[in-house]
Design a protein around this ligand. Structure first.
Ligand SMILES: O=P(O)(O)O[C@H]1O[C@H](CO)[C@@H](O)[C@H]1O
Ligand SMILES: O=c1cc[nH]c(=O)[nH]1
Length: 237
C-alpha cells in the first residue's frame, strides 16, 4: 500500500512518530537514540525508520520544510499507516529576549500565515493547538532531562523563511509569541482533521532580533534535549 510519498509496507510504522524537518536528523535519531532501527521509506530522500525506545516501538521520519510538506507526510502517516501520534522535533528562531540558544519551546499554540490554513474552514480563523495530554506530558517530562531549559507557549508558523516583516514580528512579540518556525500549525490542523494527536517541540537555533551562532556540538546537544522530552512524553501520555 505505498502512498505517493511513502514507500513503506503496511504496519511498517509504529503508532508513535518523531518528526524532524531534516532527513539527516531522522537518520541520526534512528542510529543514536532508537534500538534496532530499520529504514522503512526513502521516497524523495525523506527517510523514515522504525525501532524501539525503552522497549516501545517508535518511528522517526522527516517532514521536509513548510506546512505543505509536513501536511502531506502527516496525512499519509495518520490516514494510511495507522500512526496515532506525531511529535515534531524542530528548530526555531527565538522571538523573546528571555530565550537562550538551545532552549526548548513546547508549542501550546501556533499562529500562522499559511495559505493552507487560510482556506481550511472558510469563514473562520482556525485555532492550531497541540493535543493537551501530549503537551502536558512533555512539560512534565522536561524535569527528567538534565540541562533542558523549557518554555511552553505560542509559536509563529511562517510560510516564509526570508521575508523581513518587522511590523508582523513586533505584533507577534507583543502578543507573547515565543519563536518562529515553519510546520507546527500544519501538523496540528492535520492531526485534528485525521482525529489523531500531535505536538511540536522546537529547539532555539537563532533569534529574530540578533545574530547568533551555535557550534555543531551545541546543535547536537540541544536537539537531544527535545528528543528525550518527546520520547518521555510519548511513553507517559
Ligand atoms: O529544523 P526544522 O525542523 O526543519 O525547522 C525549521 O528549519 C527550517 C528552516 O530552516 C524550517 O523547516 C523551520 O521550521
Ligand atoms: O523558521 C525558522 C527556523 C529557525 N529560525 C528561524 O528564524 N526561522
Amino acid at each position: 500500500m505505498p502512498t505517493p510519498h511513502i514507500s513503506a509496507e503496511p504496519g511498517a510504522f509504529a503508532p508513535d512518530v518523531l518528526m524532524p524537518g531534516d532527513p539527516r536528523r531522522a537518520t541520526r535519531i534512528a542510529e543514536t537514540v532508537l534500538e534496532d532501527a530499520r529504514l522503512v521509506t526513502e521516497v524523495r530522500g525523506v527517510l523514515g525508520y522504525t525501532g524501539t525506545w525503552q522497549g516501545r516501538p517508535v518511528s522517526v521520519m522527516a517532514s521536509g520544510m513548510g506546512v505543505p510538506s509536513i501536511s502531506i507526510y502527516a496525512t499519509e502517516l495518520f490516514r494510511f499507516y495507522d500512526v496515532r501520534r506525531i511529535v515534531r522535533i524542530g528548530t526555531a528562531g527565538g522571538m523573546q529576549r528571555h530565550l537562550e540558544l538551545g532552549d526548548v519551546v513546547i508549542a501550546t499554540a501556533a499562529h500562522t500565515d499559511s495559505g493552507v490554513s487560510e482556506h481550511r474552514i472558510p469563514g473562520l480563523h482556525y485555532s492550531h493547538v497541540p493535543h493537551f495530554g501530549l503537551a502536558a506530558a512533555a512539560f512534565a517530562a522536561a524535569a527528567d532531562v538534565p540541562g533542558a531549559r523549557v518554555h511552553a507557549g505560542p509559536v509563529f508558523t511562517s510560510d516564509s523563511f526570508y521575508a523581513a516583516r518587522p511590523q508582523l514580528t513586533e505584533a507577534l512579540v507583543a502578543h507573547g509569541t515565543l519563536a518562529v518556525e515553519m510546520e507546527a500549525a500544519g501538523l496540528y490542523a492535520v492531526a485534528d482533521r485525521e482525529q489523531a494527536e500531535a505536538l511540536a517541540i522546537m529547539s532555539i537555533s537563532d533569534f529574530t532580533f540578533q545574530a547568533a551562532e551555535l557550534s555543531a556540538a551545541e546543535r547536537e546537544q540541544l536537539f537531544d534535549h527535545a528528543v528525550q522530552i518527546a520520547l518521555r512524553a510519548l511513553a507517559a501520555a
